[in-house]
Write a new protein. Structure first.
Length: 320
């Protein structure tokens, strides 16, 4: 029996939704190990975040409220995670396959000499704990067995819905004794300020492609997104053309999203783009070319000029 530890990710005093999805994965893992699901929150003034995590369906939330963790720094987080994992008999350590998880989980794995799986989409036991993970823009699914006593995993959170309606679990303050690292120091965090929801957390995403022909034309994409309280995304071709910022890119080399509603506007639907959005619950494609591959994955397809269709849809939504 070993326990499963979820590394909580938070930003601006709020728990990231990807952590809740990671807890769902951890519940699957704990069924196999026969252990408990724990969440670890590191930060400063984290009581609100701890409360959010405690309602996420875990068995216990451990937290350390300390100035050392006021800003995320892997050099400070790693020894604290190692200490808690050792103290709590943890066999599987998991985080979201986000920028945070990709930075942190491999470092923790290295400290335990643990086998590591990236982007896990399934876990099962058929005489050994195995994981499924996508490769090559999702065109290949591989099965990975991890045989080390401690296993480290980043989770593709779009595959796991948060647990709804869980009763709040127990919380416990810990003191790991970790001090500020000598080797690295937090200097500054340049955050792009936006009132829109974070792309990977949003229930609605409106994405634009190269067919929009300019950055200014993304204005109508933003207006449609705002009418639905959604986030704005872009194809890589739109980003490379300078129409949209880098952090809007969705796809194999961008962000992976799975909102309830995804608008692909003037996006052809190359496999590398589909790799980042095909898990969306409902896909609406607007494209002038009826043969565009995006229509093969769309639930609703509109063969139309985006410059006419998008403002018309926005107007209808605003009128509701
Ligand atoms: P285009 O392919 O140029 O398509 C534009 C579309 O707009 C066309 O379908 C056209 O019919 C339509 N259109 C034009 N005018 C209008 C109009 N007025 N109204 C409506 N529709 C219109 N791509 C990603 O998106 N994300 C990634 O992460 C990514 N990673 C990659 C990684 C690698 C290793 C490689 C090789 C490629 C990657 N790509 C990625 C690029 C990918 O292959 C495509 O080139 C890219 O997705 C195309 O973007 P697009 O659909 O916006 O542009």
């Amino acid at each position: 029996m070993s326990n499963v530890l979820v590394l909580a990710e938070h930003m601006g005093g709020k728990l990231r939704k990807v952590t809740l999805s990671t807890i769902t994965f951890a519940r699957e893992a704990a069924k196999l190990t026969g252990g408990q699901v724990y969440v670890l929150v590191l930060g400063q003034n984290v009581s609100g975040i701890v409360a959010e995590a405690a309602a996420g369906g875990a068995d216990k939330v451990f937290f350390e409220d300390s100035a050392v963790f006021a800003n995320y720094l892997a050099e400070n987080y790693t020894p604290a995670i190692v200490k808690v994992a050792q103290d709590q008999g943890v066999g599987i350590i998991c985080g979201a396959a986000s920028t945070f998880g990709k930075d942190l989980v491999p470092r923790v794995a290295a400290k335990f000499n643990a086998g590591m799986v990236s982007d896990a989409i399934a876990i099962w036991d058929d005489g050994g704990i195995k994981f499924k993970r996508p490769l090559w823009a999702g065109n290949v699914l591989t099965t990975v067995e991890v045989t080390t006593p401690v296993k480290a995993v980043t989770v593709r959170t779009t595959e796991f819905d948060p647990i709804e309606g869980a009763s709040p679990c127990a919380t416990e303050a810990v003191s790991t004794g970790v001090g500020a690292s000598d080797s690295a120091q937090f200097v500054n965090f340049d955050q792009v300020k936006s009132d829109r929801p974070e792309l990977t957390d949003a229930a609605v995403v409106v994405a634009g492609g190269r067919g929009l022909k300019s950055g200014e034309n993304f204005g109508m994409i933003m207006e449609l997104a705002d009418s639905l309280n959604g986030a704005v995304g872009a194809s890589r071709a739109a980003v490379d053309s300078g129409y949209a910022p880098n952090d809007w890119q969705i796809g194999q080399t961008g962000k992976v999203v799975a909102p309830n509603l995804y608008f692909a506007v003037a996006i052809s639907g190359a496999i590398q783009h589909l790799a980042g959005m095909k898990g969306s619950k409902c896909i609406v494609a607007i494209n002038t070319n009826a043969e565009a591959p995006i229509f093969q994955v769309a639930d609703y397809g509109l063969v139309a000029d985006a410059f006419e269709a998008v403002p018309a849809i926005t107007q209808k939504i605003k009128a509701l």
